[in-house]
Design a protein around this ligand. Structure first.
Ligand code: CP3
Length: 353
């Protein structure tokens, strides 16, 4: 079975010869070759904006590890940037919008980007990566969720409690919905353009969905995501692509997430994957859900964690092995190698025999 088939078939819940594996943030600072490429440019955004370099770092983890999918190297914040918000990535702090949105009238500052123009560098990277991959593994395109992008656009940076974003939500929900609707339109166009440029699966990162109450999650995170997915399903280029939805901390809402139109639900490590599969039933595939910090531990214990996840999915097609969130910068490379090899070498639970 080709690796392209393995990942895509698992997304559709079909039988595979072995569990496919890829890792969120598989291109990144834990790799010395990434740090070397990163050092050639003045800032992280420049790396994203230079298709040859974005392509190079996308391919780096695939040269080291026997991964079953590539993910476009970019960032979720390129979309608000293209809508007109100035963006810096500060060393040691992460992304910062200099002039965050704080009230309804600030929405007037936002433009509606044309992806082939304002985000052309992303589409060029997708085309280049597809050419370089030459069918070896499928390429995953991605975007942030409307709610997660709104969080950064309102806070201006990462946050512990999302005070500004949630205060807005509890004071003027209608104008927050207007912001989310602008994002729905921008993200639908953006993901559609990635599909047209050659992305073979699409992932939605709802990193901050889990900060909400159930009713707020439904209204401000899931409902806009549903509109993005419905918009994509209405296009010729994206309607046949698997869509992966990852709401970090979304374990409470799996059934609701499954009704969003996504084919695959990304799970963080706080939910038991066996319970998740039982709740989701046969029609939905899952991706996850190793705690990324388990990669810092002892090899034998790491192997046991990995095998627990594989065993929980034994006999149930539709599992893509991944971490429960992105790989972190100090991760020992040997353990990443061990992870990929353990997943691929696995041939059943010991208590099966
Ligand atoms: O998975 C991959 O390999 C593709 C690349 C990718 C990046 N960001 C590269 C990146 C993806 C899929 C993202 C998504 C992203 N970006 C998310 C959603 C996923 C998640 O982790 O929850 C979020 C919330 C962002 C916003 C963002 N970008 C933050 C908070 C940071 C700083 C955090 C950090 O690790 O420094 C970034 C910067 C960033 N995006 C880096 C990388 C490799 C590190 C920047 C550097 O090299 O200096």
């Amino acid at each position: 079975m080709s690796k392209t088939d393995r990942f895509l078939r698992a997304c559709w819940g079909q039988e595979v010869d072995r569990t496919p594996v890829w890792l969120m943030r598989q291109a990144g600072r834990y790799l010395p070759e990434y740090r070397a490429t990163r050092a050639k440019v003045s800032g992280f955004l420049e790396l994203c904006q230079t298709p040859e370099l974005a392509c190079e770092v996308t391919l780096q983890p695939l040269r080291r590890f026997d991964l079953d999918a590539a993910i476009l190297f970019s960032d979720i914040l390129t979309v608000p940037h293209a809508m007109g918000m100035e963006l810096d990535f500060l060393e040691g702090e992460g992304p910062v919008f200099r002039d965050p949105l704080r009230e309804a009238s600030d929405l007037r500052r936002l433009g509606q980007p044309d992806p082939e123009q304002d985000l052309r560098y992303v589409m060029d990277a997708v085309r280049l990566i597809r050419r370089e991959l030459d069918g070896r593994v499928p390429l995953i395109g991605f975007a942030g969720s409307p709610w997660t992008l709104a969080c950064y656009m309102i806070e201006g940076r990462g946050s512990r409690d999302f005070l500004h974003a949630k205060t807005w939500m509890y004071s003027d929900p209608e104008s927050l919905e207007a912001l989310l609707e602008r994002l729905v339109l921008a993200l639908t166009d953006y993901l559609h353009a990635q599909a047209a440029a050659g992305a073979q699966a699409l992932m939605l990162f709802d990193t901050w969905g889990g900060t909400l109450t159930t009713s707020a999650y439904e209204r401000f995170s899931l409902a806009p995501l549903q509109r993005v997915i419905a918009g994509l399903r209405a296009t010729a280029e994206a309607k046949e692509l698997p869509i992966i939805l990852f709401s970090k901390g979304g374990g409470n809402w799996l059934e609701r997430m499954a009704a969003s139109g996504a084919n695959v639900i990304g799970l963080d490590w706080t939910i038991d994957i066996n319970v998740a599969r039982t709740r989701l039933g046969k029609k939905i595939a899952v991706q996850g859900n190793l705690d990324p910090i388990a990669l810092y531990g002892q090899a034998a214990l790491l192997r046991a964690e990995i095998e627990n996840i594989l065993c929980a999915n034994a006999g149930r097609p539709g599992h893509i092995f991944n971490l429960g969130h992105g790989i972190t910068p100090q991760t020992p490379i040997d353990n990443v190698e061990l992870l990929v090899e353990t997943v691929h070498a696995w041939n059943g639970c010991s208590n099966d025999s």
